[in-house]
Design a binder for this molecule. Structure first.
Ligand code: ATP
Length: 234
């Protein structure tokens, strides 16, 4: 479960002695339950990416508390966050963020290397997950030799390789055509249903928001709950 309490964030911009505060999030409290798919929607600039960056520890909140699976992650050091992310959170990005100089195989393998998994086990797990996302035979392809949809699948395989219980996705379908988007959404539902993975998805796209059990809207830095759309499959 992800619990956010009294979360506020502002950026400081401008030159020294002429700094200005840009408030982005104001006193946000919410809970995301295990096994849920939650869509975070809201206008451009409403603070969606900032919220996700705070939940994933890439930024520190100005105020407030974040708890994940009972651990107070907002008090974590950088090193603790890095370790926690590796164990518990997978990420999917709009622009895929694959390393261009590495093959599909190596992109997916990287997190396991960092974790210190043995080479034999890595090979087994990487081949398994690439096959699972429909990329058997594409292991040695570089990102620029793959279509957008295939790159996104490498991105999903990379997110799944550490078997996280939470996946955070920032505009994951923003670079996909509508057919590939539908395949991606179907896969998310399947992962959620079969493995109970919790998804937090930022999106502009109402079709994407429809796969969510719950939609929350960020408006001027505060949340508006939009109610249940689907039942949570546990
Ligand atoms: N590093 C930063 N320094 C200063 N201001 C920032 C910084 N990052 C974001 N902001 C500001 O915070 C606000 C929220 O940005 P954020 O990227 O979280 O919005 P968003 O809802 O994800 O937008 P979009 O849908 O366009 O991606 C914006 O007004 C933006 O200008």
């Amino acid at each position: 479960m992800i619990k956010v309490k009294g979360l506020s964030h502002h950026f400081v911009v401008g030159k020294k002695h002429k700094e200005q505060r840009v408030p982005v999030l104001k006193d946000i409290s919410m809970s995301i339950f295990e096994g849920e798919i939650v869509a975070i929607v809201g206008k451009s600039g409403s603070g969606k990416s900032t919220l996700l960056n705070l939940i994933s520890g890439f930024m520190k909140p100005t105020e407030g508390m974040i708890e994940i699976n009972g651990q107070k992650v907002s008090a974590f050091s950088e090193a603790e966050w890095a370790d926690f992310r590796l164990k518990h959170i997978g990420f999917i990005f709009q622009s895929f963020q694959l390393i261009p100089s590495m093959t599909a195989y190596s992109n997916v393998e990287l997190a396991l290397k960092i974790k210190g998994t043995s080479i034999d086990k890595r090979r087994k797990l990487v081949l398994e997950v690439l096959a699972r996302v429909g990329l058997k035979g594409f292991e040695d392809f570089y990102p620029n030799e793959l279509s957008g949809g295939q790159q996104q699948r490498v991105g999903i395989a990379r997110a799944l390789i550490t078997k996280p219980k939470i996946i955070l996705a920032d505009e994951p379908t923003g670079s996909l055509d509508s057919e590939t988007e539908q395949e991606f959404l179907e896969f998310i539902r399947e992962l959620n249903r079969n493995e109970g993975i919790t998804f937090v998805i930022i999106t502009h796209d109402m079709d994407v928001a429809k796969v969510a059990h719950r939609k929350v809207e960020l408006m001027e830095g505060s949340f508006i709950e939009r109610g249940e759309i689907y039942e949570v499959h546990r």
